[in-house]
Design a binder for this molecule. Structure first.
Ligand SMILES: [Zn+2]
Ligand SMILES: [Zn+2]
Length: 149
């Protein structure tokens, strides 16, 4: 909701320089119908370098080149290097259970849209920690909505 009247959200348009009330925190130009927003230089790829960040060394031991980070917490010069950074690998290990948790959330979301009694039965089963790998449940197959969402 507009919080523009308390003055905190007033700023000068980056294009025409006139003060305006921000509707959103990151708004940079006058609101429509003024054409200022369309005149902003377009953001390519959404990774505009944050000004003032000092160059740092890539933490990939096989690279170790200096690079100018885009974000404060960036530790590698590229995504490829990031995947090779020891500290990144370690952080991945710490969140090892994350894919599993995401899978469960997906499953739960599917069940929300599936009223099939069989699916609810399976969900109860799974929450109780009962896993039967290799024995596909006929009840699951009975629910047309548990797959393909
Ligand atoms: Zn303007
Ligand atoms: Zn690198």
């Amino acid at each position: 909701m507009p919080r523009s009247k308390d003055g905190r959200w007033t700023r000068n348009c980056e294009v025409c320089g006139e003060p305006f009330h921000q509707l959103r925190k990151n708004q940079r130009t006058c609101p429509l119908p003024k054409p200022c927003r369309a005149r902003l230089p377009h953001n390519t790829g959404g990774s505009r370098a944050k000004a003032g960040l000092a160059p740092r060394a890539c933490q990939n031991p096989g690279c170790a080149q200096m690079f100018v980070p885009v974000r404060e917490n960036q530790i590698a010069c590229s995504r490829t290097c990031l995947l090779a950074c020891p500290s990144y690998i370690e952080s991945q290990h710490r969140s090892d259970n994350r894919p599993e948790r995401r899978r469960r959330q997906n499953q739960r979301r599917r069940l929300d849209s599936c009223d099939d009694e069989a699916a609810r039965y399976i969900e109860r089963h799974r929450q109780a920690g009962c896993q039967e790998p290799g024995s596909p449940s006929p009840a699951l197959a009975a629910c047309p909505q548990t797959e393909g969402h």
